[in-house]
Design a protein around this ligand. Structure first.
Ligand code: SAM
Length: 167
């Protein structure tokens, strides 16, 4: 699963490199007008606001049309917490977290992902850095999560994190 799809560039790389049996792509494609999201790629810079986000969603569906038809790609338009809740526990081989970067959302994505990946599955994601418009929320949440949960650190590099579920 990829949480946070945007225009599908990373989804496309996952498909090409990993060649997964199935890739679940999750994004609400919801325009956020409030100040805190001003610098986010779904904030005030989006041309035409929600209409622009709707166009982005349709472009992703078009981009992956063939893979959607074969069932290799499943696009879920919704919030990660809602979409993940619909899957059984211990379901995914791995989840890549790159959705809402604010601390509370990353904490929630990590906790739910922990339940939803298989034993020895991977919880991975982007922007494990200080700063950013999310004020280091990803790094703070991941650092806490690594201390509290049964995971081992596989890799922390170039803002990417890869954790493996051990419990
Ligand atoms: C940084 S972009 C993702 C980039 C993409 N992973 C890539 O590398 O090409 C963040 C995306 O997260 C989405 N998003 C925001 N809140 C979300 C949430 N609660 N659940 C899932 N996705 C969310 C936004 O709509 C946006 O498209």
């Amino acid at each position: 699963m990829e949480i946070g799809v945007h225009t599908g560039d990373f989804s496309s790389q996952i498909l090409r490199i990993v060649q997964p049996k199935a890739l679940h792509c999750v994004d609400p494609w919801k325009y956020e007008d409030s100040e805190i999201y001003a610098a986010a790629c779904y904030g005030r810079s989006v041309k035409d606001g929600q209409i622009g986000m709707d166009a982005r969603y349709l472009a992703v569906c078009t981009r992956f049309h063939d893979a959607i038809r074969t069932g290799q790609v499943v696009v879920h338009r919704g919030y990660s917490s809602d979409v993940l809740a619909k899957f059984p526990d211990n379901f995914f081989d791995w989840i890549y977290i790159d959705g809402n970067h604010l601390y509370a959302y990353i904490r929630s994505d990590l906790e739910i992902s922990f339940k939803k990946v298989k034993p020895h599955g991977y919880i991975t994601g982007d922007d494990y850095t200080d700063g950013g418009w999310w004020q280091g929320g990803v790094k703070k949440a991941v650092d806490e999560f690594m201390q509290e949960q049964a995971v081992s650190v596989v890799l922390l590099r170039n803002g990417q994190f890869v954790l493996q579920k051990t419990g």
